[in-house]
Design a protein around this ligand. Structure first.
Ligand SMILES: Nc1ncnc2c1ncn2[C@@H]1O[C@H](COP(=O)(O)OP(=O)(O)OP(=O)(O)O)[C@@H](O)[C@H]1O
Length: 243
């Protein structure tokens, strides 16, 4: 699915230093690491938002940098921390925006298949009552569910999410993460930055652990057994936050 070959990325200092790794398709991969370790930077490289000045980011063997944004948006949907939303849009309009990569012009009529897709997403994320509401009137959690729904409306094989459950209460956190996990059973690839290590361990098939410019890949249990998570987060090995 994704291959990174010798990727480095720097701002004033080097954030990612000569990273080579593979991310498998059809899995839930978590990106974890301390604040400032480069999680968002890595996600932006995977989305094509940043171009690696050194090395290559490949999606199914294709260099991401060579894909036109519209073509990329049919393969990768992104939920960022700061989603630039027009506060005047309704939830219904936001969902429709997810179809933009497939339309020639802005408010092109939706096909029956597109309407059915949006209805299913609306039902799955329990958004029906919110459809007529303007974005500016939503709570943080409602907004987050709307943004995730818009990404799902892109109907891509890959979904990249930056802290997708941050604004959600524990019930909605579990609901959204279970939903995302179930999408992998349909062959979709989910890659998400997560801060809660217990949730990451419970839902992720593999974890990318970022620290000091390096990325260590592996199963959550491997990282736990080796003590890597405890070391990186400066926690005792038997910490309840890893359990
Ligand atoms: N546009 C930028 N200009 C300068 N420095 C930046 C920029 N974006 C990120 N950085 C720096 O790069 C480092 C990695 O940032 P990044 O946002 O990728 O980390 P993160 O692991 O996602 O952090 P957090 O957990 O706090 O969200 C940080 O030190 C950050 O200050």
């Amino acid at each position: 699915m994704f291959s990174l070959n010798g990727v480095s990325y720097s701002f004033q200092k080097t954030v990612l230093d000569n990273i080579s790794l593979e991310i498998s398709g059809g899995q839930f991969t978590g990106i974890v690491g301390p604040n400032g370790s480069g999680k968002t930077t890595l996600l932006r490289l995977l989305s094509g938002f940043y171009r690696a000045p050194q090395g290559h980011v490949l999606l199914n063997g294709q260099n991401l940098a060579s894909l036109r944004p519209r073509v990329r948006a049919r393969q990768i949907a992104v939920v960022t921390q700061i989603n630039i939303l027009n506060p005047q849009f309704t939830v219904r309009e936001m969902l429709s925006l997810g179809r933009a990569p497939y339309h020639r012009w802005f408010w092109q009529r939706q096909t029956a298949a597109e309407k059915a897709l949006l209805e299913k997403i609306t039902a799955d994320l329990r958004l029906a009552e919110l459809l007529p509401r303007r974005i500016k009137t939503l709570s943080g959690g409602e907004m987050q569910r709307t943004v995730i729904a818009r990404a799902l409306a892109q109907d891509t094989l890959v979904l990249l999410l930056d802290e997708p459950v941050n604004h959600l209460d524990i019930h909605h956190q579990l609901e959204i993460l279970s939903y995302l996990k179930n999408l992998t059973a349909q062959g979709r690839t989910i890659i998400a930055v997560l801060h809660d290590l217990r949730l990451a361990r419970r839902f992720c098939d593999s974890l990318l652990v970022l620290n000091n410019g390096q990325v260590i890949t592996g199963l959550p249990e491997e990282h736990l057994r080796s003590g890597l998570l405890a070391r990186v987060f400066e926690l005792p090995e038997n910490s309840e936050f890893l359990a």
